[in-house]
Design a binder for this molecule. Structure first.
Ligand code: ADP
Length: 458
């Protein structure tokens, strides 16, 4: 890999509809920011093009300036420029109001809105004389970039660019994804195991020759228990026990839970079928049964599911008010306190392309308890069953996992995890220290992306 870093810098432009922390719904937003930062740190030039939503968290945008406007698609499009987490971002604000909806997704014409954005983004690159080496687009929402580029813009000024397309989740917009798979120069998805799981999908199957699984990383500066304003005591693996004890107490106080040292299970998730809702519910009761505490932070895009959890919250808060708290909202700062204060982070997904929560959990010394699927399989190695598989990656086991999708499976992993906490605190503490010392940053995957970008240009 050393050679790659010394080659002349490349110019990479991401065209994306999410970006943490200003416009984040899920992992896609985290990846756009953290991959870009990692590639920029390796001395390449990275720009991001994003819709200028009215709901952007502008407090995280530095030096926001109006740049110019252009006409396209029957409307005027204003272009703004600012810095987010040290990355240059171009914001496109069409005056037809497509992004003045108070939300990122959830409009009836999302496909039209994002299709428009993709087109407008390429138009902007061409009109402003950009000559990127790589245009990187993501999921169904910026998939149209690949086709539009090959059909049109490649022949007009943007000729030297190559298109890389990343599937973060194949569940949505398979039709758009199919096109982008066909028209991109290289395609990736976010873990090796997920790439195998989706290899038979008709959107993917014809394109395996250019399709690669590259694991997501997390940004170690954005997720850093030594430098996190939300948590009470800064910690590294050296003082993880002290740091986590203080965070647990702060979490308990903040949520009105009983302050005591019992095993605390945290769950931080979108509440959708993908995330294993029935397993989440079962695990809450099981953790309480084992005298633990449970904190769930999650919100459901589907109002029926949200309602269902509101009812569960009412029931739990009256029967186990001192030990269970369901926070049915999106709350980034609270997520930090949960990652730090929990002993375990549970991720029982039915499928999971990569999963970031288990990686953030480990960064904060929390032990992942996961279902063996997709990226969860690639990053969590069961202390009882995966020693050899971990060692093949140069790692020690780091968590608890289960197969199957029934309550027996999740019980099997959760019971072993909680028993380990009760029966061997020294061993458990050393496990917390160990997971913190594992490297789930972009150090390695960013080099894999650079190699892929280079291969796309050959
Ligand atoms: P997905 O992209 O499928 O939602 P990932 O595990 O890849 O799942 O990414 C989820 C990201 O969103 C993580 O950074 C997690 O901390 C965050 N997250 C999920 N739900 C919430 C919530 N309710 N409040 C705050 N952060 C959340």
């Amino acid at each position: 890999f050393g050679g790659i870093v010394k080659e002349p810098p490349m110019h990479i432009v991401h065209i994306a509809v999410e970006m943490a922390p200003i416009a984040k719904v899920g992992g896609l937003g985290d990846v756009v920011t953290s991959l870009s930062r990692a590639v920029q740190d390796l001395k390449h030039n990275v720009d991001i093009i994003l819709p200028k939503y009215d709901c952007l968290k502008l407090s995280h945008v530095k030096d926001l300036q109006y740049r110019r406007s252009y006409s396209w698609g029957g409307t005027e499009i204003k272009v703004w420029h600012g810095k987010v987490e040290g990355l240059p971002v171009y914001f496109l604000e069409p005056q037809n109001g497509f992004f003045w909806k108070g939300c990122i997704y959830g409009c009836r014409n999302d496909a039209e809105r994002f299709g428009f954005f993709c087109h407008a983004a390429l138009e902007y690159l061409q009109q402003d004389g950009f000559h990127p080496d790589i245009i990187h687009c993501h999921d169904w929402s910026s998939a149209p970039v690949a086709l539009l580029f090959k059909d049109h813009y490649m022949h007009y000024g943007l000729s030297k660019a190559r298109v890389v397309f990343t599937i973060h989740n194949l569940e949505f917009g398979a039709h758009f994804i199919e096109k982008a798979m066909a028209y991109s120069d290289k395609a990736t998805t976010v873990s090796h195991t997920y790439s195998k799981e989706v290899a038979g999908n008709p959107a993917v199957a014809p394109h395996l020759h250019k399709f690669h699984g590259i694991l997501n990383g997390i940004d170690p500066d954005i997720w850093d228990p030594f430098n996190d304003k939300i948590i009470p005591v800064s910690y590294t693996s050296e003082n993880v026990i002290e740091g986590k004890r203080a965070a647990k107490e702060a979490l308990q106080r903040r949520l009105g839970l009983k302050v005591f040292d019992h095993p605390l299970v945290g769950i931080i998730t979108r509440l959708t079928h993908q995330k294993g809702i029935h397993l989440i519910k079962h695990a809450i009761w099981q953790a309480l049964e084992r005298n633990g505490q449970v904190v769930l932070l999650g919100s459901a895009p589907d109002p029926r599911i949200q309602n269902d959890f509101v009812n569960l919250a009412n029931q739990l808060h009256s029967s186990h008010g001192d030990r269970a708290r369901l926070c049915l909202t999106y709350d980034e700062p609270l997520s930090h306190l949960i990652y730090a204060g929990a002993d375990f982070i549970l991720v029982p997904s039915i499928f999971e392309p990569c999963g970031l929560t288990q990686l953030v959990a480990m960064r904060y010394g929390s032990i992942p308890v996961v279902r063996k699927t997709g990226g969860l399989y690639d990053t969590v190695f069961d202390v009882d069953h995966d020693k050899e598989r971990a060692q093949a990656q140069g790692l020690e086991p780091n968590g608890f996992s289960f197969e199957g999708a029934d309550s027996g499976g999740v019980d099997y992993a959760l019971n072993r995890a909680i028993s380990a906490w009760y029966d061997g605190r020294d061993w458990f503490n050393s496990l917390c220290k160990r997971v913190m010392e594992q490297d789930w940053s972009w150090n390695r995957p960013a080099l894999d992306y650079l190699e892929l970008y280079h291969a796309a240009r050959k």
